[in-house]
Ligand binder design. Structure first.
Ligand code: PMP
Length: 396
């Protein structure tokens, strides 16, 4: 039977990683891969995570199943991190948390829920978006539509987005990036979130807020502005949260699906359906990453240490954004690329064409995705001038 199976090309980013590894050029720079990098180009285990793991090793008493919703303590900690410790949504007991295998697992749970419980509803994704959004919703058998997000001249196309959302059929699902939009780095400001809220309310849409980078934009609280605004002012919302980036737990697969309903009763109904979806997909989520997060968030000293580490990662990215624009100044390009300073999160749409990206790779061993998306965290302070010079030579 298998002789008829066709081989499909691998993930473009994996190909990029391989090509980077093989490149003998000592100056090479990897701006492709989607993980945080420190000043030495490493993605280390956070000190707070190491400490929590030591405690877990000593204190863990069982490896028995943890149930389809995962660890309740983790669920409570994530609800409070995402919605705020004093959230009226939590006070009304209308939000449910389900521990999931990463943000991806939370998205797949949400997709399966939409497919089975809200049949016929389409999901609207920003154009562009994280490519796996397309894969996840498609795999769940959901019709996908797109709304504009980035204009041809590489700016946030808020007008295009707003006009499109205002014409979406009632009851459809709109996927919004809570902060640090992947791949563009363009985020909504408070006023724009308010407008989105009004449209979602008026058109009776269901927002699905993908929250994969809490703490990487402007801070743990500030980054939650849009997610909290929508959860507090709408009867229903879905939030998918990830601990991959802010806890550096990528391979531990640690995420959470938050379902916000009108009231406690409806929330429990929805929650019961999510348990079935989880059971049918993977039964129980992996425990280790979530146990680390509970340990950190539940301990004042560890939590403070973690918050400092998140601040360190965020500050590094934001200073690199600033310093990179400065490095472009001698080439007369600081105005043209000033938007890089204002974008948020690890990624930047640089506005470079696929041909320019190819030239950066072939002539300078600088690797990034052909869409022109660069991982800012992949820049090292001592590479800024080199990359600025390379960009100057390909844009002329
Ligand atoms: N959403 C977005 C927008 C992302 O960029 C990512 C990670 N690349 C995820 C969700 C999921 O991350 P994970 O499954 O690793 O938690």
């Amino acid at each position: 039977m298998f002789e008829r199976i066709e081989r499909v090309p691998g993930d473009a980013i994996l190909g990029l990683i391989e090509a980077f590894k093989q490149d003998p050029n000592p100056e090479k720079v990897d701006l492709g891969v989607g993980v945080y990098r420190d000043a030495h180009g490493n993605t280390p285990v956070l000190a707070s995570v190491k400490k929590a793991e030591k405690r877990l090793l000593d204190n863990e008493r069982t490896k028995s199943y943890i149930g389809s919703h995962g660890d309740p303590e983790y669920g409570r900690a994530i609800l409070s991190l995402v919605l705020g410790a004093h959230s009226p949504v939590l006070a009304a007991d209308r939000a449910s948390a389900t521990q999931s295998p990463g943000g991806t697992g939370a998205l797949r749970l949400a997709a399966d829920f939409i497919r089975s419980q809200l049949p016929g509803k389409s999901v609207w994704l920003s154009d562009p978006t994280w490519p796996n959004h397309l894969g996840i919703f498609e795999a769940a058998g959901i019709n996908i539509e797109r709304y504009p997000y980035v204009s041809d001249d590489n700016r946030l196309d808020f007008k295009g987005m707003r006009d499109c959302l205002a014409s979406i059929p009632e009851g459809d699902v709109v996927v919004l990036h809570a902060c640090c939009h992947n791949p563009s780095g363009f985020d909504l400001n408070a006023e724009q979130w308010q407008e989105v809220l009004e449209i979602v309310k008026r058109r009776k849409l269901l927002p699905l807020i993908d929250f994969a980078y809490q703490g990487f934009g402007d801070g743990l609280e500030d980054d939650a502005y849009g997610a909290r605004l929508l959860a507090e002012n709408l009867g229903e919302a879905i939030i998918t949260s990830s601990c991959s980036k802010n806890f550096g737990l990528y391979r531990e697969r640690t995420g959470c699906l938050i379902m916000v309903a009108q009231d406690s009763e409806q929330m429990q109904n929805v929650r019961s359906q999510i348990a079935i979806t989880a059971r049918e997909n993977y039964s129980n989520p992996p425990a280790h990453g979530a146990a680390i997060v509970s340990e950190i968030l539940g301990d004042e000293a560890l939590r403070a240490e973690w918050e400092e580490e998140v601040t360190g990662m965020r500050d590094r990215i934001n200073s690199l954004r600033h310093d990179f624009v400065e490095a472009l100044r001698p080439h007369g390009l600081s105005e043209r690329f000033a938007f890089i300073r204002d974008q948020r999160g690890m990624f930047s749409y640089t506005g470079l064409s696929p041909e320019q990206v190819d030239r950066l790779r072939d002539e300078f061993a600088i690797y990034m995705v052909r869409s022109g998306r660069a991982n800012v965290a992949g820049l090292a302070a001592d590479k800024l001038d080199y990359v600025a010079r390379a960009i100057a030579s390909v844009v002329d």
